[in-house]
Design a protein. Structure first.
Length: 239
């Protein structure tokens, strides 16, 4: 029976993630089988593999945006998702967008919300833009705003799909600083990217879990007989 939960196993610390024997589908077709790993708090992990291997699909499954075919995802904490779309409302200002996402993630209290928004604005150099409607921002500015909303969610686990798209080198540095600060606070991050995001991170290569014969280093796996992948603990000792 497939299960996705926020259960807190005794050996899973706050900000930790446990993925066990996960089969992920795209368009109803299995693309990854037997994915198993643990992620410790304070650590960022880069998902690697060629285009089409299933990096986005795995992230969406972990984030709860789509169900797995089989297997379990357990976490101690909440998860935030940042995908290709920036998830901003064009008619709202930069500050209003950040306040909106804080409310969506259950942040309560005007003072606390204002503090989180101010932190996000400062971290991504949005100070000169706070009153501007999001629809008037450049592509890079919208991307920075989309990433800044991670800081107002309070989520311990970040799932990030190509987060540096449309960012210049200075903005990539801001992103890397934000990830490092998040991990220093005991958070964790799973990042799918084809470039170096400038973050010290462990690596999880998804190619061996692929069901596609043209991508996998091993023969394609029959989705009806999913193997259990080798379970690795992705912590500081894996860096």
């Amino acid at each position: 029976m497939t299960k996705q939960s926020n259960d807190k196993p005794e050996d899973l610390p706050r900000g930790g993630l446990l993925v066990d024997n996960l089969t992920c589908t795209r368009g109803g077709v299995p693309v990854l089988c037997g994915v198993s790993f643990k992620l410790s708090p304070g650590v960022a992990v880069l998902l690697r593999g060629p285009n089409g291997v299933g990096k986005t699909t795995l992230l969406r499954t972990i984030a709860g945006l789509q169900p797995p075919l089989r297997g379990t995802v357990k976490m101690n904490g909440s998860v935030a998702w940042a995908g290709h779309a920036d998830a901003i409302k064009g008619t709202l200002s930069v500050r209003e967008n950040l306040g909106f996402w804080a409310a969506v993630h259950g942040v309560s209290g005007r003072v606390k919300t204002a503090q989180l928004v101010d932190q996000a604005v400062e971290s991504f150099y949005l100070g000169d833009l706070v009153a501007r409607p999001a629809q008037s921002l450049s592509a890079g500015q919208k991307r920075r705003l989309g990433l800044a909303r991670l800081l107002v969610t309070g989520a311990e686990i970040w799932t990030l799909d190509e987060p540096t798209v449309s960012l210049d080198s200075d903005s990539v540095t801001l992103f890397a600083d934000a990830v490092r600060a998040h991990c220093a606070r005991g958070g964790s991050a799973l990042i799918a990217t084809h470039i170096d995001p400038g973050v010290d991170a462990a690596t999880l290569d998804l190619q061996s879990y692929s069901t596609r014969r043209d991508l996998s280093e091993q023969p394609a796996v029959d989705a009806g007989d999913t193997p259990v992948g080798d379970e690795g603990f992705l912590g500081e000792d894996a860096l």
